[in-house]
Design a protein around this ligand. Structure first.
Ligand code: NAP
Length: 239
């Protein structure tokens, strides 16, 4: 007799899956039975994830993709439409920090990357994937925000904070539009987590004092379950 898992038969897409929080989410969704479509730029990180998922008996499809490419997100939606005809869970987690610096010194180059990855890419995911989420019986979308964003402005974090504040409003606006559908969309603020991004943001901090991404991933996974009813919320993973 085989055990049933909460995400058996479901298809989940995770961005930023090559390391950090996205890697942990992808691994957990696969362990819960989902076929995971894992995307990021770094092929080596994706392959390591694939090895781990397969070793645990799960299934994964790797899609190396730069979210700043002009039509990569839209092409990915077309491929998923052709192969599965639906998407059950969309986890838009990839993000960049940009520079922690006086706001008046932020260059256009930094602004362009931070807004493209943290805000415009999620908006493009919403546009490209809403029809596929609506083809699922219970499409679930989860976006990774930050404590620095719509609820808190922090000195020197202007570009990152503005991008996450924009993300909060983007997702909450969309969630309000989804109220009468079977799709649900929420945001998770992971809190400070032991990843490369956090080590860059706070180089003096002892990484071992922070939770591992595997400790945070269950909050994301619970929002991918068909029975999940929350919509338009910002959930603090560390309370
Ligand atoms: P991380 O270890 O730096 O991982 C970031 C992920 O985003 C990587 O997989 C990276 O993949 C992907 N990514 C970045 N730019 C990309 C691009 N242009 N195209 C495709 N993928 C791209 O950071 P993390 O801490 O896990 O961050 C995950 C999310 O959590 C982010 O949204 C971040 O803002 C948020 N967050 C983190 C913390 C924390 O303490 N760690 C706190 C609050 C919020 P490649 O480089 O391989 O492309």
């Amino acid at each position: 007799m085989t055990d049933t898992k909460p995400l058996d038969g479901r298809v989940a897409l995770v961005t930023g899956a090559s390391r950090g929080i996205g890697y942990a989410i992808a691994k957990l969704l696969a362990a819960q039975g989902a076929h995971v479509i894992a995307t990021a730029r770094t092929q080596g990180g994706l392959e390591e994830l694939d090895d781990e998922i397969q070793a645990a008996g799960g299934a994964c499809t790797l899609v190396p993709l730069d979210l700043q490419s002009p039509d990569g997100i839209e092409k990915l939606a077309d491929i998923i439409a052709d192969r599965w005809g639906k998407l059950d869970a969309l986890v838009v987690n990839a993000g960049v920090l940009g520079l922690i610096t006086p706001t008046a010194q932020l260059s256009s180059k930094v602004w362009n990357e931070v807004l493209a990855v943290n805000l415009i890419a999620p908006a493009r995911f919403i546009r490209a994937f809403e029809p596929l989420l609506k083809q699922s019986d219970a499409g679930r979308a989860v976006f990774t925000t930050s404590g620095v964003g719509s609820r808190r402005a922090k000195a020197f974090w202007g570009a990152y904070g503005a991008s996450k504040a924009g993300l909060d409003i983007l997702v909450q606006s969309w969630a309000n539009e989804l109220a009468d559908s079977s799709v649900r969309a929420n945001l998770v603020n992971p809190g400070t987590v032991r990843t490369r991004m956090r080590a860059t943001a706070a180089p003096g901090e002892d990484p071992l004092s922070l939770p591992h991404p595997d400790e945070i991933a269950p909050v994301f996974a619970s929002l991918c379950l068909p029975g999940e009813t929350r919509n338009g919320e910002i959930i603090d993973a560390q309370g």
